[in-house]
Design a protein around this ligand. Structure first.
Ligand code: 5GP
Length: 138
């Protein structure tokens, strides 16, 4: 399948759709997931039009994992989570719903189940407050 320039993350990268930004550098952008599976659920995307990990250039894969590690540390510190799930889905059969490659960073706590994937919208005020805390740990 050809990369769709109108997917929501491409629009966010072009500034045509909003996001609650956590981190940005020359190669990557990180922002809050608006339908979080846990408090602090954050996404990291490359500034390259790749649908999934199979299409991504090896060079950008390096940039993407570096930013993911950096943001994951900040998310864990800000949420005081017991653990952090780093996940990445490729293809609708694997559960992918937005076809611009991204890593999920999801805080995990003992005994606390994840919420449904991409279902319930978060309160934007709460997401902004969480983003402040995460940015402070970068
Ligand atoms: P996927 O299913 O492709 O692995 O994950 C896509 C993620 O993007 C989901 O967790 C979903 O909640 C999130 N998402 C979908 N639309 C938007 C949006 O417009 N803004 C943000 N920040 N996240 C989104």
């Amino acid at each position: 399948m050809a990369y769709d320039e109108n997917n929501i993350f491409a629009k966010i990268l072009r500034g045509e759709a909003p996001c609650i930004k956590i981190y940005e550098d020359d190669h990557t952008l990180s922002f809050m997931d608006i339908m979080p599976q846990a408090e602090g659920h954050t996404l990291v995307i490359p500034k390259e039009p790749a649908e999934n990990i199979l299409d991504l250039s090896p060079e950008m894969a390096g940039h993407l994992i570096k930013s993911t590690q950096k943001v994951a540390k900040a998310v864990k510190a800000a949420t005081n989570a017991d653990g952090v799930l780093v996940a990445q889905l490729n293809g609708s059969a694997a559960g992918q719903t937005v076809f611009h490659i991204h890593f999920h960073i999801i805080p995990r706590n003992e005994g606390l189940d994840l919420k449904f994937h991409a279902r319930d919208m978060a309160d934007m005020g709460e997401l902004e407050a969480l983003a402040d805390r995460i940015r402070a740990e970068l």
